[in-house]
Design a protein around this ligand. Sequence first.
Ligand SMILES: C[S@@+](CC[C@H](N)C(=O)[O-])C[C@H]1O[C@@H](n2cnc3c(N)ncnc32)[C@H](O)[C@@H]1O
Length: 190
Amino acid sequence: MKLQRVLQYVQFLLKETVRPGDIVVDATAGNGYDTAFLAQLAGNEGHVYAFDVQQQAISSTEERVREAGLENRVTAILDGHEHVAKHVLKPVQAAIFNLGYLPGSDHEIITTPSTTLKAIQDLLQLLKVGGMIILVVYHGHHGGKEERDALIEYVSTLPQKYIHVLRYEFINQKNDPPFIIALEKVKEMA
Ligand SMILES: C[S@@+](CC[C@H](N)C(=O)[O-])C[C@H]1O[C@@H](n2cnc3c(N)ncnc32)[C@H](O)[C@@H]1O
């Protein structure tokens, strides 16, 4: 048996969580790889809301889903994920974040602690019981460690009665490899 690599494990969690007909969120669309993957899982009756603050990312995402014939299943939104509650009004089965910057783009445009935490808080309200928020935490770049620490501090305080919090990480790899935080909603929050 081989331990699943970080990105393999992300796809495994999404496949286990998302069913045809589900509403799902790609909180950091980037080049649209996760958006397209989620659109496959959500099927014709489901829908993906994909957020990014860069027009370049929204255009790449729209192009990727169009080429895959999945455009009817995706709404790409040029807005920060901290405004998710303004755009997504239905219960959500899963959300994914890839933190950090878009490779090949402006490395100064990064996800930030305050906006990431606001988005997680709002998504936890929108999330169905049995649903999951997955964060791929890249922390090697400038600003990455501050975001990682704020995130760990916040998710560690979530009450286990309502949210199960997993950290999946290879701890002997060099150069700040990414790791996963997964939040599973197990009970509607009071
Ligand atoms: C690591 S990349 C995402 C990679 C993407 N998942 C893919 O498959 O290509 C992070 C993205 O987050 C975006 N971003 C930064 N702040 C954001 C915010 N507040 N809301 C939504 N997206 C944001 C960046 O513009 C960048 O495209």
